[in-house]
Design a protein around this ligand. Structure first.
Ligand SMILES: [Zn+2]
Length: 302
């Protein structure tokens, strides 16, 4: 609940309810980053997540949840509740009286029932709110579950939020570092053809996922590097070797741990794509230095 210097309360658009399970502490943060909610949600952790809204054996837990939701609505203006339950949840086992993870299909049904009841309880208190239901696997992947209680109400506003499967895919592919432009293009195509996104949504999802991992997409990095190269060109559109070296350093900084040779190659390609040329250097006034950059080895296959 940090407050900006103006003293006005920080705004958030979602109230996220997760479990206290230590295995999934960072996974919830990663999930919110992946769906573009970084710094735009209030977080409430309680054993069993949505179970707290449902379990009549622990009325104090439900009360704490409802009071915190009301406070967040008032303070941050939240209009959406996101319940993130998870598999192999100890609190859910206690509630069900058995080890649910022994039967994953039954486990899913139990979670769906609890999540549906929790959604109905939110809507009974806040009829104007939206509810999102998720079940998280122990590796952090999560599935968006249908919300029976939400059916028949206003459809969810279209948000620039990637389909969950696509967000997971992006997170996985970006885990080992920035992607080559070719790999990015293949992912965008996959987002459109297999996940039903528009090209714009797929690009926004990729940018959000890259930002979440402290990377720039190659499109963003390329734009900045091209602008730098243009600013360093002389009147005849020629760029000196030292400036190309600086451009590749800039590329590396923007695109994370890109190998130096690959950053140099991309900077050189950008220079050509911008219609610029390398300034001859050395005793023989040669542009061999530039040809070497272009021949740098390609990065690991995506
Ligand atoms: Zn749990």
């Amino acid at each position: 609940m940090t407050q900006p210097s103006s003293g006005a309360p920080t705004k958030a658009d979602a109230f996220v309810v997760g479990c206290i399970d230590p295995r999934l502490v960072d996974d919830l943060t990663v999930l919110m980053d992946a769906v573009g909610r970084t710094d735009r949600y209030a977080e409430f952790r309680i054993a069993g997540a949505a179970l707290a809204a449902v379990d009549s054996n622990r009325p104090a837990w439900g009360q704490a949840l409802w009071e915190n939701l009301a406070a967040s609505r008032q303070l941050h203006g939240v209009r959406k509740v996101v319940f993130v339950n998870h598999r192999d949840c100890g609190a859910m086992d206690l509630f069900a009286g058995r080890r649910l993870s022994l039967d994953p299909a039954d486990e899913l049904r139990q979670h769906q029932a609890v999540l549906d009841q929790a959604a109905a309880a939110v809507l009974a208190r806040h009829p104007d709110m939206q509810v999102e239901l998720r079940l998280m696997e122990l590796d952090g992947r999560s599935t968006l579950l249908p919300c029976t209680a939400c059916a028949g109400r206003m459809p969810l506003r279209a948000e620039a939020v990637p389909a969950p499967g696509f967000a997971d895919l992006l997170r996985l592919r970006l885990r080992d570092g920035p992607l080559s432009p070719e790999a990015e293009r293949a992912l965008l195509v996959e987002g459109v053809t297999r996940h039903g996104l528009t090209a714009e949504e797929a690009r926004a999802a990729l940018a959000a996922a890259a930002t979440a991992q402290g990377q720039a997409t190659s499109a963003v990095a390329a734009r900045e590097v091209a602008a730098y190269l243009r600013s360093r060109a002389d009147a005849r559109g020629r760029v000196a070797q030292t400036d190309v070296a600086r451009a590749s350093a800039l590329y590396r900084r923007l695109a994370g741990n890109l190998p130096p040779a690959e950053a140099e190659r991309r900077a050189a390609l950008l220079l050509e794509a911008e219609g610029l040329s390398p300034r001859p250097a050395g005793l023989w006034r040669s542009t061999a230095w530039f040809q070497r950059l272009l021949k740098a080895p390609a990065p690991r296959p995506a």
